[in-house]
Ligand binder design. Structure first.
Ligand code: NDP
Ligand code: 2IT
Length: 444
C-alpha cells in the first residue's frame, strides 16, 4: 500500500466516526499523491503526513454562563492549534450547535492549507463552541463570550495564536471576546482579528471574504475568456460571507437571485435587494423569510433545494456539504459554468469530481475564501505597526493577494500535469510550503 493510502487508512482508524475530518483529509491526500508517490521515502522517513494530520495541540474546556432566567448553562469550548510550521496559529471561532471536535479538526486542517496558500506567515488553527447565538439576548451572548475567553486567554497571544471570526462569531462576538481578553491579559494587542474599526480592526475585514471570493471568481472567469456581467448567480447563506459577496458581485454587473438560511431560501427573479437584506441581517438580526415583507414578489421556499434554481454561477456561502452529487447534476444540467466555494468544503467529494468532469470552472474554498484570513493578517500587521491603513489600501492588497493565490493554484496544477484542476493546485501549492518548513525544523 502506498504511504498516502496507508496514512489515510490509519487516520480513519484513529479518528472513528469523524466523517467530515476524514473527508477533508482524503481530499487533500488524493491531491498529494501527485507529489508524494514518486518520492515516498523522503516523506515517509520523517512521518511528514502523520505530523501534518495530527494537530499540534487541542484545548478543550467547559464554558459556564448564566442565562436571562438566572439558570446556569454549560457549553463546550475548544481551540485546535493545528500547525505552526510557517507562523503563529491563526484561524476563526465557530459558534454553532453542531460544533464538535470532528468539525473543528476538518476546518482546522483546511485552514492550515488555506493560510499557507495566502503566502502570508500564518499557521493553522480553529476553535469554537456548541453555543448557538440564535434567540439569545445581547447580555447572554456577552456572558457566554466572557466565560469562553476566561479560559482561552491563557493559550493565545499575538505571536502565539490569533483568533478570528467564523459561523456565529461576527463583529459583536469578537468585540465581547476582545474586551474580556484585554481585561484578563492586561494587553491591548492583536491576539484577535475582526475587531471594530475604533479598537484596532482593519478596514475591509468585514467584507474581505465575500469581496475576495468575487475577486477570485473574476480572475477565474477572465482567464478563461469569460466575465461576470449579465450572469445569473445563486448564492446560499445570508451571513457575513454571503452578504458581502452579493455587494461586490453586483458591482460587476451580475444578478444574484437567491439567499438562504437554515430555515429556507428566497428567490427574487429581479435580483436580490441588498438594502433589504442588510436591514434584516445586520440591523434587525432577523430571518431571511422577512425579505417577503419588503419584496412580496419574491418567493420563499422551506422544503426545496436552492441548487434547483437555474444559474450561470453558483456560490455556496453557508456551510459544509451543502452540495451533493444530485445538486451538482442539477446545477450542470441547468447551465452552471462556474462554482467558487465561499464556505469551507460546501461541496462533497462526489459533487466536486462531477463539476470537474463536466468542465465547470471549480475553485475550492482554500483558494476562493482565503481573502478573509488574508485581511485578518493585514489587521495583525497594522496592529504590530501601530498604524491603520485606508479602505483603498487594504482593498488593493486584497485584490493582489487573491490574484496571487489564483496564479499559484493554477501554475501548480499545470506543473503537476493537471491543468485546470484547482483543487490539486491549491492543495499541492500549500503543501509545498508547509512541508518545506516542517522538514527544515526537524522532527517536532
Ligand atoms: P455567518 O454565521 O455570518 O452566516 C452563516 C450563514 O449560513 C447563515 O445564513 C446561516 O443560517 C447559514 N448556515 C450556517 N450553518 C448552516 C447549516 N448547518 N445549514 C444551513 N445553513 C447554515 O457565517 P459566515 O458567513 O462567516 O460563514 C459562512 C461560511 O463561510 C462558513 O462555511 C465559514 O466557515 C466560511 N468562511 C467564513 C469566513 C469569514 O471570514 N467569516 C472566511 C472563510 C470562510 P442560520 O442563521 O439559519 O444559521
Ligand atoms: O475560514 C476562515 O478562513 C475564517 N473563518 C477566517 C479566519 C480568520 O482568522 O480570519
Amino acid at each position: 500500500m502506498s504511504y498516502v493510502d496507508e496514512v489515510y487508512r490509519r487516520t480513519v482508524e484513529d479518528n472513528p466516526g469523524e466523517f467530515e475530518f476524514h473527508q477533508a483529509v482524503r481530499e487533500i491526500l488524493e491531491s498529494l499523491k501527485l507529489v508524494i508517490d514518486s518520492d515516498e521515502k523522503k516523506y515517509r522517513d520523517v512521518s511528514l503526513l502523520e505530523r501534518l494530520i495530527e494537530p499540534e495541540r487541542i484545548i478543550s474546556f467547559r464554558v459556564p454562563w448564566v442565562d436571562d432566567r438566572g439558570h446556569l448553562q454549560i457549553n463546550k469550548g475548544y481551540r485546535i492549534q493545528y500547525n505552526s510550521a510557517i507562523g503563529p496559529y491563526k484561524g476563526g471561532l465557530r459558534f454553532h450547535s453542531s460544533v464538535n471536535l470532528n468539525l473543528l479538526k476538518f476546518v482546522g486542517f483546511e485552514q492550515t492549507f488555506k493560510n499557507a496558500l495566502t503566502g502570508l506567515p500564518i499557521g493553522g488553527a480553529k476553535g469554537g463552541s456548541n453555543f448557538d447565538r440564535k434567540g439569545k439576548s445581547d447580555r447572554e451572548i456577552m456572558a457566554f463570550c466572557q466565560s469562553f475567553m476566561s479560559e482561552l486567554f491563557k493559550y493565545i497571544g499575538d505571536d502565539l495564536d490569533i483568533l478570528g471570526g467564523d459561523i456565529g462569531a461576527g463583529a459583536r462576538e469578537i468585540g465581547y471576546l476582545f474586551g474580556q481578553y484585554k481585561r484578563l491579559a492586561g494587553l491591548h494587542c492583536g491576539a484577535m482579528t475582526g475587531k471594530g474599526p475604533s479598537f484596532g480592526g482593519s478596514p475591509i475585514r468585514t467584507q474581505a471574504t465575500g469581496y475576495g471570493l468575487v475577486y477570485m471568481l473574476e480572475n477565474l472567469l477572465r482567464r478563461h475568456g469569460k466575465g461576470l456581467d449579465g450572469k445569473v448567480v445563486v448564492i446560499s447563506g445570508a451571513g457575513s460571507v454571503a452578504v458581502h459577496t452579493i455587494e461586490k458581485i453586483q458591482q460587476y454587473g451580475a444578478k444574484v437571485v437567491t439567499l438562504s438560511d437554515s430555515d429556507g431560501y428566497i428567490y427574487d427573479k429581479d435580483g436580490i435587494r441588498l438594502d433589504v437584506v442588510k436591514q434584516i441581517k445586520e440591523v434587525r438580526r432577523g430571518r431571511i423569510k422577512e425579505y417577503l415583507d419588503e419584496v412580496p414578489s419574491a418567493i420563499y421556499e422551506e422544503k426545496k433545494s436552492i441548487w434547483d434554481i437555474p444559474c450561470h454561477i453558483a456560490l455556496p456561502c453557508a456551510t459544509q456539504n451543502e452540495i451533493n452529487l444530485n445538486a451538482a447534476k442539477t446545477l450542470v444540467r441547468n447551465g452552471c459554468i462556474a462554482l467558487a466555494e465561499g464556505a469551507n468544503m460546501p461541496c462533497d467529494q462526489e459533487a466536486t469530481e462531477f463539476f470537474q468532469q463536466s468542465g465547470v470552472l471549480f475553485m475550492p474554498g482554500k483558494a476562493a475564501n482565503g481573502g478573509g484570513v488574508a485581511v485578518s493578517t493585514l489587521e495583525m500587521r497594522q496592529n504590530s505597526m501601530r498604524t491603520s491603513w485606508t479602505f483603498d489600501e487594504v482593498d488593493g492588497q486584497l485584490h493582489k493577494i487573491m490574484s496571487e493565490i489564483y496564479d499559484k493554484t493554477s501554475d501548480t496544477a499545470e506543473r503537476y500535469g493537471v491543468k485546470g484542476n484547482f483543487v490539486a493546485g491549491a492543495n499541492i501549492a500549500a503543501f509545498e510550503k508547509i512541508a518545506e518548513a516542517m522538514m527544515a525544523q526537524g522532527f517536532v
